[in-house]
Design a protein around this ligand. Structure first.
Ligand code: SF4
Length: 271
């Protein structure tokens, strides 16, 4: 296992699996001493989102339950005596396409005799596997984040080919059936690409789409890398976008980018 530390303290773990495949997981130090652990669910990814390094070579295979837990164990030991504040499945792969192993891993993380970590502090991020959204809501108490990135089907399909199979209407219709609670709102992630999805019109379309869903939006300025021509939106544009959504009643946050210098930031993990 290799450990690579970023100038901002983010720490990337590269694990070699029994068959030689490499997977990555990340310890992300947050404000106020909080720590987030980011897990991978697959080696590679079949969904090939155009902005993501992981999907470039396609899917090698699903990770087993034990391989998911192995990542957690390494990071948990590393941060001792501290414990994580949150755990996210936002690393390599599409968690809802390795559904059984991810649900089993969530149960292990929650198990009193193992990690005893509350399910509502775990977040699973999906590119929008619509037919698993409600199952997920019923099978566990973890949070779900939908990587949306556009409220327009044509543009979303260009960014995320999965949209041709599970379009925005299908995703939103399943989200409306998701069992939300005060502790468990749906999250929508919106990576911001300069001149692609960051106009006031885009913000208005997003607000209109989400108006009936108890949710919050995380805006993520794109982490530029050599495998993509897409560019990061300017900070003032990101701020304008946030204000526009907030003015329409959508709770919105801007996610700080961490670990960019070691390829550990969102969309940069590679097999
Ligand atoms: S963003 Fe997620 S779903 Fe899309 S290719 Fe990358 S790992 Fe797969």
């Amino acid at each position: 296992m290799d450990i690579i530390v970023s100038s901002d303290g983010t720490t990337k773990f590269r694990h070699k699996l029994v068959d030689g495949l490499m997977i990555e997981s990340v310890v992300i130090p947050l404000r106020d001493g909080k720590i987030c652990l980011c897990l991978s669910s697959q080696a590679g990814c079949s969904l090939r989102c155009v902005f993501c390094v992981t999907g470039k070579e396609g899917l090698f295979r699903d990770l087993t339950h034990d391989e998911i837990i192995l990542q957690l164990e390494a990071m948990w030991d590393h941060i001792k005596p501290k414990t994580p504040t949150s755990i996210v499945f936002m690393g390599m792969g599409e968690p809802l396409l390795n559904y059984d192993n991810v649900i089993k891993a969530i149960r292990t993380i929650n198990d009193r005799k193992r990690y005893n970590f509350a399910e509502h502090k775990i977040t699973v991020s999906t590119a929008g596997v619509a037919d698993r959204i409600v199952d997920f809501g019923n099978d566990c108490n973890a949070k779900l984040a939908i990587s949306l990135n556009s409220a327009d089907d044509k543009r979303r399909s260009d960014l995320m080919p999965i949209n041709r199979k599970h379009d925005i209407e299908a995703i939103i219709s399943e989200c409306k059936k998701f069992p939300v609670s005060r502790r468990r709102l749906l999250m929508f992630e919106y990576i911001m690409f300069k001149g692609v999805n960051d106009s006031t019109k885009d913000a208005d379309a997003l607000a209109e789409l989400l108006k009936d869903i108890p949710s919050l939006v995380n805006l993520i300025p794109f982490n530029e890398h050599p495998y993509s021509d897409l560019c990061r939106s300017d900070p003032d544009v990101v701020l304008m976008f946030k204000k526009r959504l907030m003015s329409k009643g959508i709770k919105t946050f801007i996610r700080e980018s961490r670990g960019q210098d070691i390829g550990a930031a969102c969309g940069m993990l590679s097999p």
